[in-house]
Write a new protein. Structure first.
Length: 197
């Protein structure tokens, strides 16, 4: 059996260099803001941060983030479960339909919604559009090995069932013996553990 060594798990030096350059380029606007802020003086910064408009914008942003997260989870988790763990008819069609919003940029989707429904405005409308634009990312991130989760190994499923079924029986034996098993025990292995007196 092939074992990975510590050296084989390290990323290549070129990849590390590219990551450092990317982080440095991405940090340029933040550094610019820090330089400009420090030159303005801390009193001006605190005054700007504590204005009513800044506070209102911050509260609205936090509310929008919360609404979008909850909305995405309410739509995406059941969708991911249905597509990954059930055998619904037409599953391939639903897989494509669930991923379809990923093909449309969110600003195009927002423009289409506003063009279709001109009266849409406010935080509720923004949350609705953002949920519908971003919910497909949750099943894609949550089930990266969709094929593996759809058809788990019978060996692994059987082992997990056996472990759950016999765990109550041998947990005390393991605790008293102090010898932890190196693999999942089968009920037929119970005779190897010391008896509790």
């Amino acid at each position: 059996m092939y074992r990975r060594t510590v050296n084989s798990m390290r990323p290549p030096l070129l990849l590390i260099a590219a990551a450092v350059v990317s982080v440095a380029v991405a940090a340029i606007p933040l550094l610019y803001l820090l330089v400009r802020t420090s030159s303005a003086g801390w009193n001006a910064v605190v005054e700007a941060l504590l204005r009513d408009r800044t506070l209102e914008t911050t509260i609205t942003s936090v509310a929008l983030v919360t609404l979008v997260i909850v909305g995405c989870l309410l739509i995406a988790v059941p969708t991911a479960w249905l597509l990954a763990r059930t055998n619904i008819p037409g599953r391939a069609f639903f897989l494509v339909m669930a991923a379809l919003p990923l093909a449309v940029p969110s600003y195009v989707m927002a423009y289409a919604w506003i063009a279709e429904f001109p009266s849409m405005s406010g935080i509720g409308a923004a949350a609705l559009v953002m949920v519908l634009a971003t919910y497909p990312y949750v099943p894609r991130v949550g089930t990266p090995g969709r094929r593996a989760s759809c058809h788990p190994s019978p060996c692994l499923a059987g082992r997990s069932r056996r472990c759950a079924a016999c765990s109550a029986v041998y947990v005390e034996r393991i605790r008293h013996s102090g010898d932890l098993p190196r693999r999942c025990l089968h009920p037929s292995d119970l005779h190897r553990l010391p008896r509790i007196v």
